[in-house]
Design a protein. Structure first.
Length: 385
Protein backbone atom coordinates (compact mmCIF):
# COMPACT_ATOMS: atom_id res chain seq x y z
CA UNK A 1 0.00 0.00 0.00
CA UNK A 2 1.42 3.40 -0.95
CA UNK A 3 1.72 5.97 1.84
CA UNK A 4 3.08 9.51 2.02
CA UNK A 5 6.20 8.06 3.69
CA UNK A 6 7.22 6.59 0.32
CA UNK A 7 8.30 10.06 -0.80
CA UNK A 8 10.36 10.71 2.34
CA UNK A 9 14.09 9.94 2.29
CA UNK A 10 15.35 7.37 4.82
CA UNK A 11 17.26 8.95 7.71
CA UNK A 12 20.94 8.88 6.84
CA UNK A 13 22.40 8.68 10.38
CA UNK A 14 21.23 5.06 11.01
CA UNK A 15 22.41 4.04 7.51
CA UNK A 16 25.92 5.42 8.05
CA UNK A 17 25.76 4.21 11.68
CA UNK A 18 25.17 0.64 10.43
CA UNK A 19 28.25 0.84 8.19
CA UNK A 20 30.32 2.24 11.05
CA UNK A 21 29.25 -0.63 13.34
CA UNK A 22 30.14 -3.21 10.72
CA UNK A 23 33.61 -1.63 10.24
CA UNK A 24 35.18 -1.76 13.72
CA UNK A 25 37.54 1.05 14.61
CA UNK A 26 35.81 3.61 12.37
CA UNK A 27 35.93 7.19 13.65
CA UNK A 28 32.61 8.89 13.02
CA UNK A 29 32.64 12.49 11.83
CA UNK A 30 29.00 11.84 10.93
CA UNK A 31 26.51 12.64 13.65
CA UNK A 32 25.96 16.23 14.77
CA UNK A 33 26.19 15.96 18.53
CA UNK A 34 28.51 17.44 21.16
CA UNK A 35 30.96 15.44 23.25
CA UNK A 36 29.89 16.90 26.59
CA UNK A 37 26.91 16.17 28.82
CA UNK A 38 24.50 18.36 30.80
CA UNK A 39 25.45 20.55 33.77
CA UNK A 40 25.55 18.50 37.02
CA UNK A 41 22.61 20.53 38.40
CA UNK A 42 20.35 19.03 35.71
CA UNK A 43 20.77 15.47 36.99
CA UNK A 44 20.45 16.62 40.62
CA UNK A 45 17.15 18.35 39.80
CA UNK A 46 15.82 15.11 38.33
CA UNK A 47 16.91 13.07 41.34
CA UNK A 48 15.08 15.51 43.63
CA UNK A 49 12.01 15.44 41.37
CA UNK A 50 11.68 11.66 41.48
CA UNK A 51 9.95 11.79 44.85
CA UNK A 52 7.47 14.48 43.70
CA UNK A 53 4.12 13.05 42.50
CA UNK A 54 3.79 15.90 39.97
CA UNK A 55 6.84 14.56 38.08
CA UNK A 56 4.84 11.48 37.21
CA UNK A 57 1.62 13.20 36.17
CA UNK A 58 0.51 15.15 33.10
CA UNK A 59 1.45 18.81 33.28
CA UNK A 60 0.46 21.88 31.21
CA UNK A 61 0.73 21.31 27.44
CA UNK A 62 2.99 24.28 26.72
CA UNK A 63 5.48 23.46 29.48
CA UNK A 64 5.87 23.73 33.24
CA UNK A 65 5.83 27.30 34.63
CA UNK A 66 9.36 27.28 36.14
CA UNK A 67 10.83 26.34 32.77
CA UNK A 68 8.64 28.75 30.77
CA UNK A 69 9.62 31.62 33.09
CA UNK A 70 13.32 30.89 32.64
CA UNK A 71 12.92 30.54 28.88
CA UNK A 72 11.12 33.89 28.65
CA UNK A 73 13.96 35.52 30.61
CA UNK A 74 16.59 33.87 28.40
CA UNK A 75 14.83 34.90 25.18
CA UNK A 76 14.59 38.47 26.43
CA UNK A 77 18.17 38.85 27.59
CA UNK A 78 20.04 36.74 25.02
CA UNK A 79 17.91 36.88 21.87
CA UNK A 80 16.11 40.21 22.25
CA UNK A 81 12.75 38.40 21.92
CA UNK A 82 9.86 39.51 24.11
CA UNK A 83 7.83 36.31 24.39
CA UNK A 84 4.98 38.14 26.12
CA UNK A 85 4.23 40.55 23.22
CA UNK A 86 2.33 38.93 20.37
CA UNK A 87 3.99 35.57 20.91
CA UNK A 88 3.46 32.32 22.76
CA UNK A 89 6.07 29.93 24.12
CA UNK A 90 5.92 26.16 23.80
CA UNK A 91 8.31 23.47 25.05
CA UNK A 92 8.58 20.40 22.82
CA UNK A 93 10.42 17.09 22.85
CA UNK A 94 13.36 18.55 20.91
CA UNK A 95 13.73 21.12 18.17
CA UNK A 96 12.66 18.70 15.44
CA UNK A 97 9.25 18.43 17.06
CA UNK A 98 8.96 22.23 17.24
CA UNK A 99 9.57 22.33 13.48
CA UNK A 100 6.97 19.62 12.79
CA UNK A 101 4.44 21.48 14.96
CA UNK A 102 5.13 24.74 13.11
CA UNK A 103 4.61 23.10 9.71
CA UNK A 104 1.41 21.38 10.84
CA UNK A 105 0.06 24.64 12.27
CA UNK A 106 0.52 26.77 9.14
CA UNK A 107 -0.13 24.45 6.18
CA UNK A 108 -2.79 22.56 4.26
CA UNK A 109 -1.90 19.60 2.03
CA UNK A 110 0.00 20.70 -1.07
CA UNK A 111 1.36 23.94 0.41
CA UNK A 112 4.98 24.88 -0.19
CA UNK A 113 7.78 25.61 2.25
CA UNK A 114 11.01 27.15 0.94
CA UNK A 115 14.31 25.71 2.16
CA UNK A 116 17.76 27.13 1.52
CA UNK A 117 20.03 24.42 0.14
CA UNK A 118 21.97 22.69 1.47
CA UNK A 119 19.11 22.04 3.92
CA UNK A 120 18.78 20.11 7.18
CA UNK A 121 17.35 16.78 5.99
CA UNK A 122 14.75 16.47 8.77
CA UNK A 123 13.19 19.74 7.60
CA UNK A 124 12.54 18.31 4.15
CA UNK A 125 11.27 15.10 5.72
CA UNK A 126 8.89 16.95 8.08
CA UNK A 127 7.46 19.00 5.20
CA UNK A 128 6.84 15.88 3.12
CA UNK A 129 5.29 14.08 6.07
CA UNK A 130 2.79 16.95 6.35
CA UNK A 131 1.83 16.33 2.69
CA UNK A 132 3.49 19.56 1.70
CA UNK A 133 6.19 20.37 -0.83
CA UNK A 134 9.74 21.38 0.11
CA UNK A 135 10.97 23.94 -2.44
CA UNK A 136 14.78 24.04 -2.48
CA UNK A 137 16.48 27.34 -3.33
CA UNK A 138 20.24 27.33 -3.82
CA UNK A 139 22.37 29.53 -1.57
CA UNK A 140 25.40 31.41 -2.92
CA UNK A 141 28.98 30.09 -3.03
CA UNK A 142 29.39 30.94 0.68
CA UNK A 143 26.13 29.14 1.49
CA UNK A 144 24.43 32.43 2.28
CA UNK A 145 20.74 32.87 1.34
CA UNK A 146 20.06 34.64 -1.96
CA UNK A 147 17.12 36.85 -1.07
CA UNK A 148 16.24 37.58 -4.71
CA UNK A 149 16.10 33.86 -5.52
CA UNK A 150 13.94 33.25 -2.44
CA UNK A 151 11.62 36.06 -3.50
CA UNK A 152 11.34 34.55 -6.98
CA UNK A 153 10.47 31.13 -5.51
CA UNK A 154 7.39 32.42 -3.63
CA UNK A 155 4.06 31.29 -5.13
CA UNK A 156 0.45 31.48 -3.97
CA UNK A 157 1.04 28.12 -2.20
CA UNK A 158 4.11 29.27 -0.24
CA UNK A 159 3.54 29.34 3.50
CA UNK A 160 7.05 29.90 4.88
CA UNK A 161 10.76 30.36 4.31
CA UNK A 162 13.09 28.48 6.66
CA UNK A 163 16.36 30.00 7.94
CA UNK A 164 18.86 27.85 9.82
CA UNK A 165 21.63 29.90 11.38
CA UNK A 166 24.30 28.90 12.36
CA UNK A 167 23.66 26.37 9.64
CA UNK A 168 23.53 22.62 9.53
CA UNK A 169 25.13 21.35 7.29
CA UNK A 170 27.21 24.29 6.00
CA UNK A 171 28.32 26.00 9.22
CA UNK A 172 27.37 29.35 7.61
CA UNK A 173 26.25 32.11 9.98
CA UNK A 174 23.70 34.44 8.38
CA UNK A 175 24.46 38.15 8.89
CA UNK A 176 21.93 40.34 10.66
CA UNK A 177 21.31 42.35 7.46
CA UNK A 178 20.35 39.20 5.50
CA UNK A 179 18.01 38.03 8.24
CA UNK A 180 16.38 41.46 8.36
CA UNK A 181 15.87 41.40 4.58
CA UNK A 182 14.47 37.87 4.71
CA UNK A 183 12.15 38.64 7.60
CA UNK A 184 10.88 41.77 5.81
CA UNK A 185 10.30 39.71 2.65
CA UNK A 186 8.18 37.21 4.59
CA UNK A 187 6.21 39.98 6.24
CA UNK A 188 5.61 41.77 2.94
CA UNK A 189 4.46 38.58 1.18
CA UNK A 190 2.25 37.39 4.07
CA UNK A 191 4.21 34.22 4.74
CA UNK A 192 5.95 32.90 7.85
CA UNK A 193 9.65 32.95 8.62
CA UNK A 194 10.72 29.83 10.51
CA UNK A 195 14.08 30.45 12.18
CA UNK A 196 15.77 27.32 13.51
CA UNK A 197 18.55 28.33 15.89
CA UNK A 198 19.80 25.27 17.82
CA UNK A 199 23.44 26.34 17.28
CA UNK A 200 22.96 29.92 18.48
CA UNK A 201 25.95 29.73 20.86
CA UNK A 202 28.25 28.01 18.38
CA UNK A 203 29.93 30.88 16.52
CA UNK A 204 33.65 31.47 15.96
CA UNK A 205 35.88 34.44 15.28
CA UNK A 206 33.99 37.60 14.43
CA UNK A 207 30.73 35.81 13.54
CA UNK A 208 27.74 36.75 15.72
CA UNK A 209 24.38 35.07 15.97
CA UNK A 210 21.31 37.22 15.30
CA UNK A 211 17.70 36.19 16.00
CA UNK A 212 15.19 37.50 13.46
CA UNK A 213 12.56 37.19 16.21
CA UNK A 214 14.11 40.28 17.83
CA UNK A 215 13.06 42.49 14.89
CA UNK A 216 10.20 44.82 15.86
CA UNK A 217 7.06 43.74 13.98
CA UNK A 218 8.30 40.16 13.48
CA UNK A 219 6.01 38.68 16.13
CA UNK A 220 3.05 37.97 13.82
CA UNK A 221 5.00 35.92 11.25
CA UNK A 222 8.26 34.72 12.80
CA UNK A 223 8.93 31.44 14.60
CA UNK A 224 12.09 31.18 16.72
CA UNK A 225 13.08 27.56 17.40
CA UNK A 226 15.69 26.43 19.92
CA UNK A 227 17.06 23.23 21.40
CA UNK A 228 18.87 22.10 24.51
CA UNK A 229 20.39 19.17 22.59
CA UNK A 230 23.57 20.90 21.46
CA UNK A 231 24.18 23.77 23.88
CA UNK A 232 23.60 21.71 27.03
CA UNK A 233 24.63 18.24 25.85
CA UNK A 234 20.98 17.26 26.28
CA UNK A 235 20.27 15.29 23.09
CA UNK A 236 18.77 12.32 24.93
CA UNK A 237 16.61 14.41 27.25
CA UNK A 238 14.59 15.71 24.27
CA UNK A 239 13.92 19.32 25.11
CA UNK A 240 13.38 22.07 22.55
CA UNK A 241 11.18 25.15 22.58
CA UNK A 242 9.80 27.86 20.35
CA UNK A 243 8.38 31.35 20.42
CA UNK A 244 5.59 31.48 17.83
CA UNK A 245 2.92 33.98 16.66
CA UNK A 246 0.09 34.20 19.21
CA UNK A 247 -2.66 33.84 16.60
CA UNK A 248 -1.50 30.23 16.15
CA UNK A 249 -2.14 29.26 19.77
CA UNK A 250 -5.31 27.26 19.02
CA UNK A 251 -3.81 25.03 16.27
CA UNK A 252 -0.55 24.69 18.17
CA UNK A 253 -2.40 23.51 21.28
CA UNK A 254 -4.34 20.91 19.26
CA UNK A 255 -1.09 19.58 17.80
CA UNK A 256 0.75 19.44 21.14
CA UNK A 257 -2.21 17.84 22.88
CA UNK A 258 -2.40 15.10 20.26
CA UNK A 259 1.28 14.42 19.65
CA UNK A 260 2.91 14.92 23.05
CA UNK A 261 0.17 15.91 25.58
CA UNK A 262 2.92 17.56 27.60
CA UNK A 263 6.71 17.61 27.37
CA UNK A 264 8.43 15.02 29.65
CA UNK A 265 8.31 16.56 33.12
CA UNK A 266 11.62 15.19 34.40
CA UNK A 267 13.38 16.53 31.29
CA UNK A 268 11.78 19.94 31.77
CA UNK A 269 13.03 20.10 35.36
CA UNK A 270 16.49 19.17 34.12
CA UNK A 271 16.24 21.92 31.48
CA UNK A 272 15.22 24.53 34.07
CA UNK A 273 18.29 23.59 36.13
CA UNK A 274 20.48 23.76 33.01
CA UNK A 275 19.26 27.31 32.42
CA UNK A 276 20.29 28.18 35.95
CA UNK A 277 23.83 27.17 34.95
CA UNK A 278 23.23 29.12 31.74
CA UNK A 279 25.36 29.96 28.76
CA UNK A 280 28.46 30.20 30.96
CA UNK A 281 28.33 26.39 31.23
CA UNK A 282 28.60 25.98 27.45
CA UNK A 283 31.28 28.54 26.77
CA UNK A 284 34.44 26.59 27.74
CA UNK A 285 33.26 23.70 25.54
CA UNK A 286 32.66 26.08 22.65
CA UNK A 287 36.17 27.55 23.07
CA UNK A 288 37.51 24.01 22.88
CA UNK A 289 35.45 23.42 19.71
CA UNK A 290 36.92 26.59 18.24
CA UNK A 291 40.41 25.10 18.53
CA UNK A 292 39.22 21.76 17.07
CA UNK A 293 37.68 23.74 14.18
CA UNK A 294 41.03 25.47 13.50
CA UNK A 295 42.72 22.10 13.27
CA UNK A 296 39.99 20.73 10.97
CA UNK A 297 40.27 23.75 8.65
CA UNK A 298 44.07 23.47 8.54
CA UNK A 299 43.85 19.79 7.55
CA UNK A 300 41.24 20.50 4.88
CA UNK A 301 43.33 23.31 3.42
CA UNK A 302 45.92 20.69 2.42
CA UNK A 303 43.35 19.20 0.01
CA UNK A 304 42.83 22.41 -2.02
CA UNK A 305 42.03 22.86 -4.86
CA UNK A 306 40.39 19.41 -5.27
CA UNK A 307 38.40 20.04 -2.10
CA UNK A 308 36.85 23.47 -1.54
CA UNK A 309 35.07 24.82 1.49
CA UNK A 310 33.66 28.29 2.11
CA UNK A 311 34.05 29.83 5.58
CA UNK A 312 32.15 27.81 8.17
CA UNK A 313 31.91 30.23 11.10
CA UNK A 314 29.31 28.43 13.15
CA UNK A 315 27.81 25.16 14.43
CA UNK A 316 30.35 22.30 14.23
CA UNK A 317 30.11 21.36 10.59
CA UNK A 318 32.12 21.78 7.42
CA UNK A 319 30.55 21.19 4.04
CA UNK A 320 33.12 20.15 1.45
CA UNK A 321 32.80 20.46 -2.31
CA UNK A 322 34.81 17.81 -4.10
CA UNK A 323 36.10 18.16 -7.61
CA UNK A 324 35.09 14.71 -8.84
CA UNK A 325 32.46 12.97 -10.93
CA UNK A 326 32.09 10.30 -8.22
CA UNK A 327 28.86 10.00 -6.28
CA UNK A 328 29.15 11.22 -2.64
CA UNK A 329 27.48 8.11 -1.20
CA UNK A 330 30.11 5.94 -2.94
CA UNK A 331 32.84 8.14 -1.46
CA UNK A 332 31.25 8.01 2.01
CA UNK A 333 31.09 4.20 1.81
CA UNK A 334 34.68 3.91 0.62
CA UNK A 335 35.87 6.26 3.38
CA UNK A 336 34.31 3.94 5.95
CA UNK A 337 35.32 0.59 4.43
CA UNK A 338 38.81 1.55 3.23
CA UNK A 339 39.86 4.36 5.57
CA UNK A 340 37.70 3.85 8.68
CA UNK A 341 36.29 7.37 8.87
CA UNK A 342 32.62 8.31 8.46
CA UNK A 343 31.13 11.50 6.99
CA UNK A 344 27.71 12.22 5.45
CA UNK A 345 26.98 12.53 1.69
CA UNK A 346 25.77 15.94 0.47
CA UNK A 347 22.79 14.43 -1.39
CA UNK A 348 21.16 13.95 2.02
CA UNK A 349 21.13 17.74 2.36
CA UNK A 350 19.52 18.33 -1.04
CA UNK A 351 22.77 18.85 -3.01
CA UNK A 352 22.33 16.84 -6.21
CA UNK A 353 24.42 19.04 -8.45
CA UNK A 354 28.06 18.29 -7.60
CA UNK A 355 29.75 16.15 -4.97
CA UNK A 356 29.56 17.32 -1.34
CA UNK A 357 30.38 15.78 2.05
CA UNK A 358 29.52 16.99 5.55
CA UNK A 359 31.99 16.69 8.40
CA UNK A 360 30.77 17.03 12.01
CA UNK A 361 33.53 17.70 14.55
CA UNK A 362 31.53 18.23 17.75
CA UNK A 363 31.15 14.70 19.06
CA UNK A 364 34.73 13.67 19.77
CA UNK A 365 37.78 14.68 21.79
CA UNK A 366 40.35 16.73 19.89
CA UNK A 367 42.85 13.85 19.53
CA UNK A 368 40.17 11.61 18.01
CA UNK A 369 39.02 14.31 15.58
CA UNK A 370 42.69 14.79 14.65
CA UNK A 371 43.10 11.09 13.91
CA UNK A 372 39.77 11.07 12.00
CA UNK A 373 40.82 14.09 9.92
CA UNK A 374 44.14 12.43 9.14
CA UNK A 375 42.25 9.41 7.83
CA UNK A 376 39.86 11.63 5.88
CA UNK A 377 42.67 13.58 4.21
CA UNK A 378 44.56 10.39 3.32
CA UNK A 379 41.32 8.75 2.17
CA UNK A 380 40.27 11.62 -0.07
CA UNK A 381 43.79 11.83 -1.56
CA UNK A 382 43.56 8.14 -2.43
CA UNK A 383 39.98 8.32 -3.76
CA UNK A 384 40.28 11.56 -5.74
CA UNK A 385 43.19 10.38 -7.89
C1 LIG B 1 19.18 22.57 12.29
C2 LIG B 1 18.72 21.59 13.31
N1 LIG B 1 17.49 21.71 13.82
C3 LIG B 1 17.02 20.85 14.74
C4 LIG B 1 17.80 19.81 15.17
C5 LIG B 1 17.19 18.83 16.14
O1 LIG B 1 17.51 19.02 17.42
P1 LIG B 1 16.70 18.30 18.59
O2 LIG B 1 17.63 17.26 19.14
O3 LIG B 1 16.42 19.40 19.54
O4 LIG B 1 15.46 17.71 18.01
C6 LIG B 1 19.08 19.62 14.68
C7 LIG B 1 19.90 18.48 15.10
O5 LIG B 1 20.88 18.11 14.53
C8 LIG B 1 19.56 20.55 13.72
O6 LIG B 1 20.77 20.42 13.18
Amino acid sequence: MATRMDAVQSPIIPIIGGMVRSTPGTISLGQGVVHYGPPPGAAQAVIRALSEPSTHEYQPAAGIPPLLERLAAKLRSENGIDAARGRRLMVTAGGNMAFCHAIDAITAAGDEIILNTPFYFNHEMAIQMADCVAVPVATDERHQPRVDALRAAITSRTRAIVSVTPNNPSGAVYPEATLRELDALCRERGIYHICDEPYEYFTYGAARHFSAGSIPGSEAHTFSLYSFSKAYGFAGWRIGYMAYPEHLEAPMTKIQDTVLICPPVASQLAAAAALDAGRAYCEPFIRELASIREMVLAQLATLAPRVQMPAADGAFYCFLKLDTALDPMTIAERLIREHRVAVLPGTTFGMHDGCYLRIAYGALQKATVEEGMGRLVRGLRAILV
